[in-house]
Design a protein around this ligand. Structure first.
Ligand SMILES: CC(C)(COP(=O)(O)OP(=O)(O)OC[C@H]1O[C@@H](n2cnc3c(N)ncnc32)[C@H](O)[C@@H]1OP(=O)(O)O)[C@@H](O)C(=O)NCCC(=O)NCCS
Length: 275
């Protein structure tokens, strides 16, 4: 794999991995800490989501690295972001510089991988009956973003909030900061479709360092992907559906370059990634 290797995205619904297989695979593949976490879920639906998500992550990463699912090891940053640990005997296919990120929401799991770049993914469901609480989420956004939402027709506002929210989470997760990064410290300008027109990063990050993809890959589901990319990089993403039992042809998507805001000069600051 090389630096221009496509970003890989898998979208797997819980029902794509029947429960009996999810339980079996989890027993064989998950490490003791994952098994323990799975046991602690109070609601069976949450446990099932966790088992499918973690079986999916291991299956995807085993396919990339050649390390069997049960022998993959992870470490977590102080903010909880998981990374692959090198196996003691070394990577069977050499160090591919693979980064990955997982998101799960109400029966849908998304895993993204990227080679020699950071990636963050977020998935949210639209068919929530709590549109009002999504509107409250917008209070954490910048004033310009809130104005953009207010300018949408009322029936589109919750979707507008979710578009911004998933993009913000994907960026914050790519940087490993999660919700500790204030969501009004960086800003997106969106168009009426699924494109990011402009992006202003937080002050400790460089302008022009990220590209974004926004998808509605199935009904009521919004996915955002943030990928680290140098200016001029043409990043492509391959999207696959279902549990990756075998190789399937992907849907090929291009990540358009994302301009910075018009009032910024190109930053010469080094981007900061918190581990
Ligand atoms: C990361 C975070 C935004 C996830 O929010 P969410 O919408 O509930 O969850 P998602 O389904 O989108 O993503 C969850 C997955 O993201 C990954 N993740 C966890 N922390 C992460 C981080 N800091 N950055 C990127 N990814 C992270 C994990 O794989 C996690 O799934 P897992 O716990 O089953 O392995 C949120 O948990 C957060 O802000 N964490 C950091 C908070 C922090 O600083 N904690 C310090 C103590 S650990």
């Amino acid at each position: 794999m090389s630096d221009d290797a496509p970003v890989q995205l898998w979208l797997c619904r819980n029902e794509d991995l029947p429960e009996v297989h999810a339980v079996d695979l989890a027993r064989c593949w998950l490490d003791p800490a994952e098994q323990e976490r799975a046991r602690r879920f109070v609601f069976p639906a949450d446990r099932r989501q966790y088992l499918v998500a973690h079986a999916l992550v291991r299956r995807v990463l085993a396919g990339h690295t050649g390390v069997p699912e049960s022998r993959l090891r992870f470490w977590r940053s102080r903010r909880g972001r998981p990374f692959l640990s090198p196996p003691p005997e070394g990577w069977p296919r050499g160090d591919t510089g693979l980064d990955f990120n997982l998101s799960h929401a109400r029966g849908v799991n998304v895993v993204g991988t990227a080679v020699n770049r950071r990636i963050g993914v977020d998935v949210e469901r639209l068919d929530r009956d709590d549109a009002e609480s999504w509107m409250r989420v917008a209070e954490s956004f910048t004033a310009e973003e809130r104005r953009w939402i207010d300018g949408l027709v009322p029936s589109e506002r919750a979707r507008g909030v979710l578009r911004l929210w998933t993009l913000k989470e994907a960026y914050a997760k790519a940087r490993g900061l999660g919700l500790s990064l204030p969501f009004d410290s960086f800003a997106f300008v969106l168009d009426g479709g699924r494109r990011v027109r402009r992006f202003r990063p937080s002050r400790d990050d460089a302008v022009g360092r990220w590209q974004f993809l926004q998808l509605e890959p199935m009904a009521s589901t919004i996915v955002a992907v943030a990928v680290e990319a140098a200016a001029g990089d043409a990043v492509t993403a391959h999207l696959r559906y279902g549990f990756p039992w075998m190789s399937q042809p992907p849907v090929v998507l291009d990540l358009p370059p994302t301009p910075g805001p018009p009032d910024t000069t190109p930053a010469d600051r080094e981007g900061v990634i918190v581990r």
